[in-house]
Design a protein. Sequence first.
Length: 345
Amino acid sequence: MRFSLFAHMERVSAEQDQKKLYDEFVELAKIADAGGMHAVWTGEHHSMDFTISPNPMLNLIDLATKTKNVRLGTGTVIAPFWHPIRLAGEAAMTDMITEGRLELGIARGAYSYEYERIMPGMDAWEAGQRMRELVPAVKALWKGDYAHEGEFHSFPLTTSSPKPVQEDGPPIWIAARDPNSHEFAVKNGCHVQVTALWKGDEEITHLMNNFKAACAAFPDVPRPDIMLLNHTYIASDAADARKAAEEINRFYCYFGAWFMNKRPVAQGLIQSLTEEEIANHPFYSPEAMQRDLVIGTADDAIKRIKTYEAMGYDEYSFWIDSGMSFDRKKASLERFISDVMPAFN
């Protein structure tokens, strides 16, 4: 199993300086690179200080100048916000500048807050259909001249300019949950990224079963890779693990508030949750976080991640966004690199 880092510029308070947050994001990426991690992933989000990354390819190009070996992944670009010609060309240029280190993750998107502002009237179903139209078109544009007549885009004979450095273009990853998304990815020769969120090992097993069923449905297609994105904290002791569970629980409560899209947002920050709202969440709690996520000592993490390796996951991505301080994120990542990763070499 290989390991990667998944991170954003994460701003949870108006007192936090955005440039300082970006510098900390870069520092985490440099630690991942020096520590032998396989990749660094960052996604696309708009007008949300919760996860700042309006164009992840800008971040990845910058990281390419500050790292040596890590692959550089979009985790993920939001398909409906991109025209196929634009995505093909910008991804190819990014691949060129990064000297062939790009991994292109694509998703339909998760937040209605963003849909309302960039694609008013679009729902999750349409976003998914736009992704299904986008991916084959991007692949065709990388190959050469291609004309497209689709539900959402139409254009005459066109090619990607420039072309990617990597043969056949950067690997494409699809963020998948339901069986149809897994089948779409496998059928189109794409790798799969899954995120369990809050249901723990039960959902991690379910998502792997969806992937295996999709592979079985297309036996003539070479098996793609599958990556598990999971919130992770490597603690120094039990008390430290408990503190992390409380911090990550707060993160998930805010994630849920953004997802529900019912609270006021000002200057990119959502209206603060009260301690009572956090304590009374119907399914998020510190206990649930420790039960369902990888939060514990290095030995705890090794045992748990070994089960994911045995299931067939090819990559484990350490999701570091958590609302906690940079120093705590850094210490956890360093313990993961020094105390967990060697158990898998």
